[in-house]
Design a protein around this ligand. Structure first.
Ligand code: BDR
Ligand code: CA
Length: 314
């Protein structure tokens, strides 16, 4: 039976491919896509989710917009990484799929209480919607099978030396999620930096010979130029689909138990995920932390997903 999931995202180049992987892979059943402010404003990330679904032929999956700013602090978008649109690179047609007229938090809650089995949440963005869900609807926790998120790091950050973008954008929300008691798996930069979109990977998308394959090449080429300019990295890491891959096949992403605490106060370290592998009895395990990725199989799944979506009749 496919695992029922909801993706909470801020597309975003890597979010776009996470949506495609989740929509196409038969091991998961994508129940909804929800959006939040992060890489760009909520208006732009929501438009981008509709754009991705339109070009990928994803219909029948509700898309709902959620929170337009972090819980406490001002929103700081990532135009330097994802461009002014949040999805710079390809030229997108006018979207043909709409948002549903319901707040993301209410849509997620409604799905959770009505679905016959517990649902896995896959946040690939700041955790504002998920924190609000858990605080506004405490009955949600028992209906969530697990939260498999992209965010944080066991090592350095990418937004500050200590903090990764999704956690740094809304640290209070992240602290609520890690402290919620719901099973959490953290796919942080230490593992997503193993999912590098090399020229060989781009060639595989190009070889599909489909419009969607070409859009992926354009997205990844834009992402590559941003990573080269900002971090001097020759190949960009495709962060967000790694969380989806962990749900598709847990063996793809090896995890260890740990305590993860979100630093909220440090002048230079706010938003850092402080990961302690079981040592300190005062810091009991509250998460699985992803450590290694089977990159070859990961890319096979990613290319298969884009091939499957691209072959669907328009
Ligand atoms: C995360 O930040 C965003 O820019 C990406 O979409 C990803 O979710 C990586 O730090
Ligand atoms: Ca994202």
């Amino acid at each position: 039976m496919p695992v029922p999931i909801i993706i909470d995202c801020d597309p975003g180049h890597d979010d776009a491919l996470a949506i495609m992987l989740a929509a196409a892979n038969p091991a998961v059943d994508l129940l909804a896509i929800t959006t939040v402010a992060g890489n760009q404003t909520l208006e732009k990330t929501s438009l981008n989710a509709r754009r991705v679904c339109t070009v990928a032929g994803i219909t029948g999956v509700p898309i709902a917009a959620g929170c337009d700013r972090p819980l406490l602090q001002a929103l700081a978008v990532a135009s330097d990484v994802h461009g002014e649109s949040g999805l710079d690179g390809p030229r997108f047609p006018e979207p043909t799929v709409d948002l549903v007229p319901e707040h993301a938090v209410e849509l997620i809650h409604r799905i959770l209480v009505n679905h016959p089995e517990p649902v896995t949440l896959v946040p690939t963005a700041p955790l504002t919607n998920i924190a609000l869900l858990l605080t506004r609807h405490p009955d949600s926790a028992a209906r969530i099978r697990e939260i498999v998120l992209m965010g944080g790091s066991t090592e350095r950050g990418n937004t500050t030396p200590a903090a990764e973008f999704n956690i740094h954008t809304d640290p209070e929300a992240a602290a609520i999620v890690f402290g919620s008691g719901v099973p959490v798996t953290m796919c942080g930069l230490n593992v997503t930096h193993q999912a590098l979109a090399t020229p060989e990977v781009l060639a595989r998308f190009e070889a599909l010979g489909t419009g969607l394959g070409d859009i992926c090449v354009e997205l990844l080429a834009y992402f590559a130029s941003a990573y080269s300019r900002l971090w001097d990295m020759p190949h960009p890491p495709l962060h967000d689909p790694v969380a989806v891959a962990r749900v598709i096949d847990p063996a793809l992403v090896e995890c260890v138990d740990a305590n993860v605490t979100v630093e909220l106060h440090g002048r230079y370290t706010r938003g850092a995920t402080v990961v302690d592998f079981p040592r300190d009895p005062d810091r009991p395990t509250n998460a699985k932390v992803a450590m290694s990725l089977d990159a070859r199989l990961f890319w096979d799944h990613m290319v298969d997903a884009v091939a499957a979506l691209g072959s669907r009749p328009a």
